[in-house]
Design a protein around this ligand. Structure first.
Ligand code: SF4
Length: 292
């Protein structure tokens, strides 16, 4: 097991930084392609500054790169299309946008945040070609859980069968997959998270991101929480569970993230401990060290 920064440093011989970009303003689980309601926990506005939404991709990228370069933090970058479902929409337009980002001389690769059911064949072929030309390519798949009952409960609009198929197709193209998993989904126990991960592990993801479920204002989950029908996990349960799944993670797997991605408290209802993501990560590592 290694971190993403270790993986990138080993490959490029220097620090490589992800630059988050916002291109799409919707996803098939919101625009009616699959459903209109969206996932019960999702509110993308909580994660992305509104001003970014209005800027063209080229400006978002050059501004992001300039910020890191000025601080001497990095000189090479991955263009990360993060918001909503970045592979949903007109494919020619999407590929032109990805190509534009990759044409920047300091960009060494591409990360695409998407869903298991939004991977058209020509996209996989295009990404595979880029990978063969030396670009670092990651498909970041919102899997969340391998339990179909939970997927239905949170209105994901896809099943574990879609995930299995997506993983197999990405593998067939030799593409790297980073699966996004959530601990603490409604109705799931620690045992459910472990069994979900064990099932996922058989699909051999290249990388993984773990998050606690955060209750964000403006979501269906926030209503459920306010009605007293959802109780977030405690910090200690989350830390112990993630330490456990990491013990059951293959040696070659690249760990991209171990804690929450929302670090601003104005959108968060619960759990408050999830805002201290650095501390959560530190405690997970300490537990692993204690278990040697
Ligand atoms: S989590 Fe992703 S798939 Fe679900 S509603 Fe939000 S953007 Fe759409």
């Amino acid at each position: 097991m290694k971190t993403l920064s270790q993986h990138l440093k080993a490959r490029f011989g220097q620090r490589v930084q992800k630059i988050s970009l916002i291109a799409q303003s919707t996803c098939p689980n919101r625009d009616g392609t699959i459903t209109r309601g969206g996932c019960t926990f999702c509110n993308n506005y909580a994660f992305f500054p509104n001003e970014l939404l209005k800027q063209p991709i080229a400006k978002q990228l050059t501004d992001g790169i300039a910020r890191y370069k000025e601080r001497g933090k990095a000189n090479k970058f991955l263009a990360y299309f993060q918001a909503y479902t970045s592979t949903h929409g007109d494919l020619d337009a999407l590929l032109a946008m990805f190509q534009q980002a990759m044409a920047h001389p300091d960009v060494v690769g591409l990360c695409l945040g998407t869903r298991p059911d939004c991977l058209p064949e020509p996209l996989l072929q295009w990404l595979s070609d880029k990978q063969q030309r030396g670009y670092e390519i990651w498909l970041e798949l919102g899997v969340q859980t391998m339990h179909d009952q939970t997927l239905a409960r949170v209105n994901r609009g896809h099943t574990s069968a879609s995930t299995i198929e997506a993983m197999q197709r990405c593998r067939a193209y030799g593409l790297q997959t980073c699966v996004h998993m959530i601990a603490g989904l409604p109705g799931e126990t620690v045992a459910d998270v472990l069994s979900s991960w064990r099932r996922m592990r058989t699909l051999k993801p290249t990388g993984v991101k773990w998050h606690p479920l955060q209750v964000i204002k403006g979501t269906q989950l926030a209503k459920t929480y306010r009605q007293g029908n959802y109780q977030p996990w405690s910090e200690q349960t989350y830390i112990a569970t993630i330490a456990r799944v990491l013990q059951e993670t293959d040696e070659h797997t690249v760990v991209h993230r171990l804690s929450a991605s929302l670090n601003k408290n104005d959108w968060l209802l619960a759990p408050q401990w999830s805002l201290a993501s650095r501390q959560v990560r530190h405690q997970i590592v300490s537990q692993l060290e204690a278990r040697q």
